[in-house]
Design a protein around this ligand. Sequence first.
Ligand SMILES: [Zn+2]
Length: 469
Amino acid sequence: MSHSIHSSIKEIQKDMYFGTEVLNRVSFLREDNEFITRSLFHPSTRFIFFNRQQPLVYKNYGTKLAILTNGNNQVNIDELTPGVHDKLGVTGTKFLANGLYEGIPGWKSVLNTWNEDNRNHDKELRAGGKPIFLFMGLLDESIGLDVNSLKGESEPAVSEDDDGEKYLDHQGRYQGIAYYAVDVTRNQELSQQLIEFVNRCVNEQQGTATSKPKSAEENGVYYTHSRKHFLSFEHKEASLYSYGAMFFNWLKTNKFCPGCGHPTIPIHAGGKLACTNDAKTEPTAEKPEPRFICPVRSATVSNVSFPRTDMAIISIITNRDRSKILLSLGKRHAITKMYSCTAGFMEPSETVEIATKREIWEETGVNCAEVSIVMTQPWPFPSNLMIGCMGVVDFNGTDEVIHLGHDNELLDARWFDTSFVRKLVYPDEVAAGEDESFNPEGILIPMSESIAFSLIKLCVDEARNAHKL
Ligand SMILES: [Zn+2]
């Protein structure tokens, strides 16, 4: 739990699970065909893979995302600047020995096909057998990559497919390592080949050349659907996973144009959706210029559809001096007794502050005097942005009274003493003999990767500062 315990809001905001900044998205380059072609085929480029929104991992090797390169012997960026590039790539060796060009026989042709389709906005971009690519961004100096440290690297073993370039240099302006996410759901043969390839890499790294190689199952190489697994990534892996999963969820759930019902295709390297309906109006005397029949395509601005996230608010509820914290038990968590923050979706034309007040009142009956926005977290289940707030309630005999009967969503909600909640946040502070007695009901709080935990911890920390608890 300790890796998520930061000491200030700033630190939490900077390193929020699923939200750590890992790449410079350079989103304007998604529509630059020259850049996309260069980055797609570059030997240093990294790829992460999804099958039905499930990322390819090698679980027995540190619950890691499988991050693969085109060329052999690419620099392992983990080892360039320890502490800065932790866990972005394969750990344990200085070079990533195996690349996709050599490891997957049809890889270059897969890249060629997609690159042509993407360039031409081909209507068959989503056709059977075709993986969907998303350009994610560049790991560059804005993220802390020391490009100079890549220049002097030479590989221990030379491969034919390795042209020695360890990072992409586009027009001298954009330098770094490009990342792509690839959805292989529609190409199960490639999906299987990738599992076998990663498994071979793992066996090689583990030095099983002399012993019997382990199977993919034994090495834990698979597309994982476990939420537990998603919440046990290193922070930077978690962000890459979340980024790919949320984009592919958007692409998957928007296969048809909202204006005319025709199929949509992902253009601009996965960054936009376009309607494929080319039908136009017949020219008339009043309107001699033909227009697209599809209202989405004929709109002056919105002839494409952009990625979206759904806003949800989540709030920690406390009193003025932070001596009390209100936590609630949802029906889903009846058995685990996990008490958490109040959360709900925002409605159209509602401010964050008012949505928070409304949600708190609807679920718990208490009235907040003040609401402030504290921090946010992307939440890829499937596609939310959690907006974390603090709601302050005045204890005046009315506003703090709990009433669960409005929307009947909760099993329980309670004002806890902050000193009790502190022991759940900082279990190390619990004295040995006190173990069971301080928490006879076995109440739990959410895991440290969640914004709910960060909000609870923030409130507990503020209480300590106010009272020296
Ligand atoms: Zn349309």
